[in-house]
Write a new protein. Structure first.
Length: 228
């Protein structure tokens, strides 16, 4: 109960807020961070700095997961880059009366000797929001907060809802899962639910068979720092 008190107190500060901050997360770009940097849209208790009209979450030190693997087993990280960082959020921070942000995580993964990927190469940038809701809802109800986005939801219990975009002639176009091409950059939005009130939104920018185009991750997340 003690851990919930800061969250409940912050909820009272957002009694008249709407869910626009949450809806911005579904864009899989910097929309959420630009939104909360606007005058009057700051989120009390969220550890951010604001610069050039964009809020940046304060993050914990970067973890080199490839090096950690190598320390455990020599040669285990050959051809692998795997960097991870979490936000400095210590307790859930209320975004609206319904939603709090529990954590935010970023990861950069690059592999050059995979036996399953095209040419043995794959690269992924991932970032995700961990959310705590105040009422139970289904995963389909969760993604319905953005009815303009056409998610594909699995039918089995504990499944996910996904939206697929592919880079085509300088723009992102929504596609069906069957229309994916491994050697073209893709942007996947995955919504999942771990228990009645815990939801996740994960974005993955990925390609197989080659490196992602330089600057593509920065176009989506300007303060990305994991491989710079």
């Amino acid at each position: 109960m003690k851990k919930l008190l800061p969250f409940l107190m912050l909820l009272s500060l957002h009694a008249h807020a709407d869910d626009e901050a949450l809806r911005q997360m579904f864009n899989c770009d910097g929309s959420f961070f630009r939104y909360i940097a606007q005058p009057g849209k700051a989120v009390p208790g969220l550890p951010v700095t604001v610069e050039n009209g964009r809020a940046a979450l304060r993050m914990q030190p970067i973890r080199d997961q490839a090096r950690e693997m190598e320390e455990d087993v020599s040669g285990a990280s050959e051809g692998l880059t795997s960097l991870l960082r979490h936000s400095a959020i210590e307790q859930p921070v209320a975004l609206t009366p319904q939603w709090a942000l529990r954590n935010y995580v970023e990861e950069h993964f690059h592999l050059t000797n995979s036996p399953t990927d095209v040419n043995g190469v794959s690269e992924t940038y991932s970032w995700g929001f961990r959310l705590l809701g105040q009422k139970d809802m289904t995963l389909k109800q969760f993604v319905a907060q953005r009815p303009d986005l056409k998610f594909t939801c699995s039918k089995e219990k504990g499944g996910v809802c996904a939206l697929y975009r592919q880079w085509d002639k300088g723009a992102w176009k929504t596609i069906k899962p069957s229309q994916q091409y491994a050697d073209l950059p893709r942007l996947l939005l995955i919504a999942s639910k771990s228990d009645p009130k815990h939801f996740s939104l994960d974005c993955s920018l990925l390609v197989e068979g080659e490196r992602l185009p330089p600057g593509l991750i920065k176009a989506l997340q300007p303060d990305w720092a994991l491989n710079f």
